[in-house]
Design a protein. Structure first.
Length: 221
C-alpha cells in the first residue's frame, strides 16, 4: 500500500513538469502587423525575436509571421523600417505566445518624420492655456461622458459634459483615427463616431448631435 501511494504521489508531482514540457514543445503562431496612427500598414521588417534567455527565433519567421514554441514567458522583438537603418526607425515590444495564435499590432512613432534629407523626430507642445471645446445637443437629463480613443494606439481622452451640454479637452492628439463615443450615467452608449484628427491641437469646436435612438447593441453570448 505504501509503495502504491509513493508511486501515485511521485506521478502527480511529475505531471505538471511533463505537461509543461509538452506545452513548450508545441508551436504557436505569431503574427505582427505594423501600422501608423491612421491604421495604415507601415513598411517594416522583423529585426529579431528572442525569448527571455536571449535565444533567437528570427529564422522561424517569414516576414512578420512565424511559429515559435508555445509558452507563458515573455518574448521580446524588434521591427525596423525597410528603407532606413536608424534608431528612430526601430520599434521594440514584447508578447506572450500562450495560445495557438497570437496577433500583435505595433504602432509607429507619430512624431518621426522621413524625407530625402534623413530621418528625425518632431517635438510638439500645446499652446499656453490650451483648451478644445465641444458641445452635445440636445441637452439631456443626467450626466454624460465623452470618450475619444485611438483605433490603434493607447491614447484615450475623456471629459464630462456639463449642464449646458459643453465639454472641454486639455490634451493634444497624435494625428490619426479615433473612435468617439458618449455614454450616460447608466453606462449606455448614446452616440458613436469615427474622428480623423489631423492636427495636434484641434481648435474647431466639436459638435455632437445625439440621435433620437441610441446605437444598436449586439449581445454576445
Amino acid at each position: 500500500m505504501r509503495m502504491a501511494w509513493t508511486y501515485w504521489a511521485t506521478t502527480m508531482m511529475m505531471t505538471p513538469f511533463v505537461l509543461g514540457g509538452q506545452l513548450l514543445a508545441r508551436e504557436c503562431s505569431v503574427t505582427l502587423r505594423v501600422v501608423d496612427h491612421f491604421g495604415k500598414p507601415a513598411d517594416y521588417r522583423l529585426a529579431w525575436f528572442r525569448d527571455r534567455s536571449g535565444r533567437d527565433y528570427t529564422d522561424r519567421f517569414e516576414g512578420l509571421h512565424g511559429r515559435i514554441p508555445c509558452g507563458y514567458e515573455v518574448y521580446k522583438y524588434q521591427v525596423s523600417r525597410t528603407d532606413r537603418d536608424h534608431v528612430l526607425g526601430k520599434l521594440e515590444g514584447e508578447l506572450i505566445a500562450g495560445k495557438p495564435e497570437t496577433w500583435k499590432t505595433v504602432v509607429t512613432n507619430p512624431n518621426v518624420r522621413v524625407n530625402r534629407f534623413g530621418i528625425g523626430e518632431v517635438s510638439k507642445s500645446l499652446p499656453h492655456d490650451y483648451m478644445w471645446k465641444g458641445l452635445v445637443k440636445p441637452k439631456v437629463k443626467g450626466p454624460l461622458w465623452v470618450h475619444i480613443r485611438s483605433v490603434v494606439g493607447p491614447e484615450h481622452v475623456e471629459a464630462a459634459v456639463d449642464t449646458s451640454g459643453e465639454f472641454k479637452v486639455y490634451e493634444g492628439f497624435s494625428n490619426g483615427n479615433y473612435v468617439l463615443y458618449v455614454s450616460d450615467n447608466s453606462g449606455s452608449i448614446r452616440y458613436t463616431r469615427v474622428l480623423n484628427i489631423t492636427t495636434f491641437a484641434p481648435s474647431v469646436p466639436l459638435i455632437i448631435e445625439l440621435p433620437d435612438e441610441a446605437p444598436t447593441v449586439t449581445v454576445v453570448k
